[in-house]
Design a protein around this ligand. Structure first.
Ligand code: ADP
Ligand code: MG
Length: 481
């Protein structure tokens, strides 16, 4: 079994230069009308944004009442907050969707953290194969990491590990839970209803790897904890990566379905908000979304996630471009064999195209002609491609804003200084995702929100957060108080 590390890339954020649809020299009225129709279909008006936010809040209330609702509102067993004084060394295993990261986290107190990490790519075959093989691969990556970093375990001691397993899991304790469903292209056989911690611990034990899975953590919860370590006023952890989801701090008295210990006042809730609008009553799905959804491994599920997250935005864009091509309104009706394949238009290309400020749209040309093997493209082609990218990207950011606004209104935290930590490559690299989110929040709450709410990149928050959770779990054997 191979576990080759991949290097992490650094792409700087660039300023955003938007296409003005009025400035495009259209080749025909038909093309102009088609572009206008796309603008109408993909634009989330301020009114719709507020309606979605209200509907989202109703979904939150339902999920807090009972299990099995569209927003699962999972109780994380993480109670209370961190103060930054914690010390110790822990491991984290972060299985997010695209990559697997092993992180060793050293907490030196005073809010200081040093980390070492190695990233491994998860093979597509492992995602949809035998569950045991997938968990064995995880154990092998951890074992290799211990070797690589010469982390030696003496005697009978075990290293405590926080396991960030970012799929919907019904948690039954800080290190126990059952998988509700796979998402993000995973579908390993026989795992639904099973405990991922048991599978991972078993894989460690069979290989005599001295690691104990001390905490099972969703990446949103880890992100919240990691951001809180530096910013004690953190109220929410959000993921905008392969998938999308959020966690926030709830008053236990508001969690009607909670049957456990009521001594603590607060608990972190993993919302699983990517599942929002399973009923398809509010989100403005287009034919391009539906086409992608039908071809996904989980049709009709994770509807909001599929309009927001990194795994899907490129494919939605590809569907729009194909439609324009088929109507002979783009590239003179020619298609490149590359673009003809599903999932070939990567969301990362969208970030580059968004940031393309050159008058000839040089970077866009490079992606179309060099990467996707289109023959010579015209400026008109490239402008329309960039406009489509902007529409799909902005819709994603505004839908994220609707969800975040729902949480901020539900908790009332928009009224005071509060921090939101966001992790994920989409948020990190997509130009102006943060400012588009903030603009959406301002439409809901007014200018005060810019003063009160800070949105920050919680880079690798899910790894560090899992280690923090392992630390807290080790301290308080069953729950984190
Ligand atoms: P995970 O969700 O597995 O933890 P990441 O946070 O790295 O992993 O997110 C991976 C997702 O981010 C992929 O779906 C990919 O399409 C998207 N992505 C990667 N690079 C970029 C980029 N430069 N711009 C926008 N999206 C990106
Ligand atoms: Mg992640």
């Amino acid at each position: 079994m191979s576990s080759t590390p991949i290097a992490s890339k650094v792409i700087p954020k660039a300023s955003r230069v938007k296409i003005d649809p009025a400035q495009i020299e259209y080749t025909s009225d038909k093309q102009k009308n088609a572009v206008q129709a796309l603008i109408d279909e993909f634009t989330i008006s301020p009114e719709l944004l507020k309606d979605i936010k209200n509907n989202f809040m109703e979904g939150m209330q339902k999920g807090l009442k009972k299990d099995g609702e569209t927003l699962a509102m999972i109780t994380s067993y993480v109670m209370g907050r961190l103060d930054g004084s914690e010390v110790g060394s822990y491991l984290a295993l972060d299985v997010g969707g695209t990559n697997l990261r092993v992180v060793s986290v050293h907490l030196t107190g005073g809010g200081e953290i040093s980390t070492r990490q190695t990233k491994y790519r998860i093979d597509e075959k492992l995602k949809v194969g035998d569950a045991k093989a997938l968990f064995d691969f995880m154990a092998v990556c951890v074992d290799n990491f211990l070797d690589e970093h010469q982390i030696v375990v003496r005697g009978d001691t075990q290293i405590e590990l926080g396991f960030t397993f970012s799929f919907p899991v019904l948690q039954t304790s800080i290190n126990r839970g059952t998988l509700i469903s796979w998402t993000k292209g995973f579908n390993a056989a026989g795992m639904v209803g099973k405990d991922p911690v048991a599978y991972l611990q078993d894989a460690f034990n069979r290989r005599h790897i001295p690691v104990r899975v001390a905490a099972l953590v969703n990446d949103t919860v880890g992100t919240l904890l990691a951001h809180a370590y530096h910013h004690p006023d953190t109220v929410m952890g959000v993921i905008l990566g392969t998938g999308c989801n959020g966690a926030y701090i709830e008053q236990i008295s508001n969690i009607e379905k909670w049957k456990g210990d009521a001594a603590a006042k607060e608990m972190v809730i993993n919302m699983e908000f990517g599942a929002f609008d399973k009923e398809r009553t509010i989100l403005p799905l287009t034919m391009f979304d539906n086409k992608m959804d039908r071809k996904s491994v989980n049709p009709n599920k994770q509807i909001l996630e599929k309009m927001i997250a990194g795994m899907y935005l490129g494919e939605i864009t590809r569907n729009v471009l194909l439609n324009l091509i088929d109507r002979r309104l783009l590239f003179e009706g020619h298609i490149s064999p590359d673009l003809n394949q599903m999932w070939t238009f990567e969301t990362a290309y969208m970030s580059t195209i968004e940031a393309d400020a050159s008058p000839t749209l040089h970077a866009t040309r490079k992606i179309l002609e060099s990467t996707l093997s289109f023959p010579a493209t015209s400026l008109n082609d490239r402008q329309i491609v960039k406009l489509v990218v902007e529409l799909v990207g902005k819709r994603a950011a505004r839908l994220s804003a609707a969800a975040l606004a729902g949480i901020l209104e539900h908790t009332g935290s928009w009224k005071q200084k509060s921090a939101i930590g966001i992790d994920g490559s989409l948020f990190e690299y997509y130009p102006s995702f943060d400012t588009d989110i903030m603009d959406g929040l301002e439409e809901v709450f007014g200018p005060v929100v810019r003063k009160n709410i800070s949105i920050g990149l919680a880079q690798d928050g899910s790894g560090v957060g899992a280690a923090l959770c392992a630390l807290l779990a080790a301290k308080h054997s069953t729950s984190v108080v």
